[in-house]
Design a protein around this ligand. Structure first.
Ligand SMILES: [Mg+2]
Length: 234
């Protein structure tokens, strides 16, 4: 018996990374008087990584990192008008329409009859819970957990709090780093559904895909069949 099927949200249930890429392209345009795109991308990436431990993940952290990048590449000469444009980019992201990935709604509709479902997502608590509401998917989930990072410890805390046995837990997501590795480390099962675009930070180059409990699918639509097979083995 499976006690819980948990889903990652960004780039698993709905498009996300593509919005970051679009926003970053507009950001490069705003900073084009000051620096070439390659330099802005490199500085932004370095600043984002440096800020992760303090700001965590999400749009607000990204906005602050864009502002810090603008100050740096302009030698602190960026004008208030450009600062306003960068702030507007972040605010637009927070209000963006939530576009579901193919097969998500029909699959949740099938699975919700047979299994308890939940969301485990990392990022900003207000933004992530707002997106769940705007997605129209909220009624499928017993719980929505927003965590600051996805590590074995954070998963352990979520599972303990919800009295879920890791051996009877399945996590579904697009990131090997965040949705697969920490769950396998706890003895759970993980289903990787790669997204069309994935943030480099979420990639793992030396992942061993022959590990027990690891499964990979091309699309969400294949999930009910896989879970039926899994149930017979757990
Ligand atoms: Mg994701």
């Amino acid at each position: 018996m499976l006690e819980m099927i948990a889903f990652d949200a960004d780039d698993t249930l709905w498009h996300n990374e593509v919005h970051y890429r679009d926003t970053q392209a507009q950001f490069l345009h705003i900073l084009s008087p000051w620096a070439k795109p390659e330099r802005v991308n490199a500085v932004l990436n370095e600043i984002e990584m440096g800020n992760l431990a303090l700001y965590g993940y999400g749009v607000k952290a990204f906005t602050l990192s864009m502002l810090e990048t603008a100050v740096k590449v302009s030698g602190a000469r960026i004008e208030g008008e450009a600062v306003g444009q960068i702030l507007a980019l972040g605010r637009d992201m927070l209000q963006q329409e939530v576009t579901l990935l193919p097969g998500v709604e029909e699959t949740l509709n099938i699975l919700a009859n047979d299994y308890p479902l939940m969301v485990i997502t990392k990022g900003d608590i207000l933004d992530q819970t707002n997106k769940v509401k705007r997605s129209g998917l909220e009624h499928y989930f017993r719980r929505v957990e927003v965590v600051s990072d996805k590590t074995p410890l954070t998963y352990q805390e979520v599972l303990s709090k919800n009295q879920i046995d890791p051996a009877r837990f399945v996590m579904v997501g697009n990131s090997i780093r965040s949705d697969v590795l920490p769950v396998l480390a706890l003895g759970g099962s993980a289903v990787h559904i790669p997204a069309d675009t994935t943030w480099e930070h979420e990639m793992v180059s030396d992942f061993d895909d022959a590990q027990d409990g690891f499964y990979t699918l091309n699309t969400m639509k294949e999930l009910p069949e896989l879970l039926t097979r899994l149930v017979s083995t757990i």
